[in-house]
Design a protein around this ligand. Structure first.
Ligand SMILES: *Cc1c(COP(=O)(O)O)cnc(C)c1O
Length: 525
């Protein structure tokens, strides 16, 4: 991963008899926004300037009149640019030592800088710079989730400025609740999910809760869900006053074990919430058939599966109603909280919309005991723009997951995730299973090598302190227990580079290589 190189960008000029106009637009031309303009002029013959580096500042240097030579270097490369026309804009990424020399007489150099003056961003001593630079090249951190890259044009190009623009426009519109951005997003998101309608709500938890409320599920009712999921799936059930009933998960996928659902059904069962965990769809056909035969509602928890498909049909259209979350880390994430319910029936969408809006359709008339759970337009405008990227991002997730699958195959003590033949997963999480007792050590090892990991989830639902008053079935949920103690999520994000994933693969392989020789030591005694 070498540093972004400096580059020359042509300045657009409009030549007219009355004079020449040169134009530089921040994001479009430079790839960054600038907050400071300065210029140097009246430079004595033969002088030189610069002799410093910036740690994070980005600059664009334009020689407005005369000529100048700009030398740039880091510990590995050297560049030299002769600027002799105002049509050349030199873009200097952070991390380069720079010298400006050979100024012509009557030279004026203008500089656009990405941030205000900040002395702590300077490195003014060359030896210090070299040391800083070498250390930087060595520590190649791979963060679990590189969320800041989504607003950095180097990684996402035009998207970065488009998002700012979306927020600005919505702010200017004065429409802060509901309105065209929310409606348009609902239409576009429903289309992605192959659903009849989508209703924007405040978050994923309430999306689930609203589906249960709408079905009149409450006190005395039971709702079936997997023992291994994010706590929200269970909390939605307790929020409406119903009882969560857990089913153990499949050993290889960690998804609800559909073959065990029938045994959990009682006369009080009103709904089942399958969770498409990690972005891999649940085997819906047998589950739907079972639910139908008992007249039970199915509500997908699709909070991790935006764009995933089961037998070619998208998640969010596989049951009567589905709940999505746009929490920032999800495959489609807002810049804050957000959620949606998708449904195959228009009337259900209308009812849920009403419930989420204080139970009101006509202003100040409240038909139902509702919630205030609405998707806010600023988030909707962000989500609309990001939605256009989702297909490409999910594709990229698939490619990186395949890279892991190939790179991590055949390691004793580590099991890579399985994909069912009927599934098109979207890899919200890339979770491996690590041999009992070695997960924490592997996680530490990766941390020492500047690689971030996560555990989804360390505690199964039946062991959550908030549910300590519940009486779960006596046999417990052994597979969920095992899953929680062995699962480790490796970095996988559309904005990770191939190199970053390869580095994770190398470090994981090294860990197990070292571990093997340890265990090969003869056990004396
Ligand atoms: C994120 C998530 C939720 C909850 O979504 P929020 O928007 O955080 O309320 C529910 N279920 C699952 C499986 C999730 O991953």
């Amino acid at each position: 991963m070498s540093r972004e190189p400096p580059r020359l960008q042509l300045v657009r000029t409009i030549c007219r008899p009355e004079g020449t106009l040169g134009v530089v637009e921040a994001f479009r031309d430079l790839g960054f926004d600038f907050e400071r303009f300065y210029f140097i002029t009246d430079i004595p013959e033969g002088a030189s300037r610069g002799a410093h580096a910036h740690k994070t500042l980005r600059q664009c240097i334009i020689c407005l009149s005369g000529s100048v030579t700009v030398d740039l270097c880091d510990s590995e490369q050297k560049f030299s640019f002769q600027l002799s026309s105002f049509e050349q804009a030199l873009i200097v990424p952070p991390g380069y030592w720079r010298d400006l020399r050979d100024f012509s007489t009557h030279c004026t150099v203008g500089v656009l800088a990405s941030k205000p003056y900040d002395e702590s961003d300077y490195i003014r001593d060359f030896e210090t710079f070299l040391h800083w630079d070498r250390r930087k090249q060595e520590t190649r951190e791979v963060s679990y989730l590189p969320i800041k890259r989504y607003t950095d044009s180097r990684y996402v190009g035009r998207l970065a400025s488009d998002l700012s623009e979306s927020v600005r426009e919505t702010l200017k519109s004065g429409q802060y609740i509901g309105g065209p951005e929310v409606s348009a997003f609902e239409t576009e998101f429903a289309a992605l999910c192959g659903a009849e309608q989508a209703v924007g709500v405040a978050n994923g938890l309430e999306a689930l809760q609203l589906c249960l409320m709408d079905a009149g599920i409450g006190c005395g009712d039971e709702v079936i869900l997997p023992a291994h999921t994010f706590v929200a799936t269970a909390l939605a059930v307790t929020q409406v006053g119903a009882e969560p009933v857990l089913v153990d998960v499949e050993q290889d996928t960690g998804l609800i074990d559909v073959s065990q659902v029938a045994a959990a059904i009682t006369p009080r069962t009103r709904a089942i919430i399958p969770v498409h965990l990690y972005g891999h769809p649940v085997d819906m056909d047998p589950l739907t058939a079972l639910a139908k035969s008992h007249n039970i509602l199915v509500i997908e928890d699709a909070a991790q599966s935006h764009g995933a498909a089961y037998k070619g049909r998208p998640c969010g259209s596989l049951s009567e109603a589905a709940a999505f979350s746009f929490y920032p880390t999800k495959n489609l994430g807002a810049a804050g909280d957000g959620g949606a319910v998708t449904t195959t029936t228009v009337s259900r969408a209308e009812r849920i919309r009403t419930l989420a809006n204080y139970g009101s359709r006509v202003r100040y008339e409240h038909e139902k005991l509702g919630l205030n759970s609405r998707l806010d337009p600023i988030q909707a405008s962000i989500l609309r723009r990001k939605l256009t990227e989702l297909g490409g991002w999910n594709e990229r997730r698939r490619a990186l997951a395949n890279r892991y699958q190939r790179g991590l195959g055949g390691i004793e003590g580590l099991v890579t995730p399985v994909v069912r033949p009927w599934a098109e997963p979207v890899w919200h999480v890339y979770a491996v299973q690590v041999q009992e007792g070695r997960r924490e050590a592997l996680q530490d090892y990766l941390r020492e090598h500047d690689i971030g990991t996560n555990i989804h989830y360390p505690i199964p639902i039946h062991r959550q302190p908030c549910f300590s008053n519940k009486r779960w079935r006596a046999e417990g949920f052994p597979i969920a227990d095992q899953f929680c103690s062995q699962t480790l999520s490796l970095p996988l994000d559309p904005l990770h580079s191939d190199d970053e994933i390869d580095r994770v693969i190398d470090v994981v392989r090294n860990y197990f290589r070292a571990g093997r020789s340890e265990r090969a030591t003869p056990n004396v005694g």
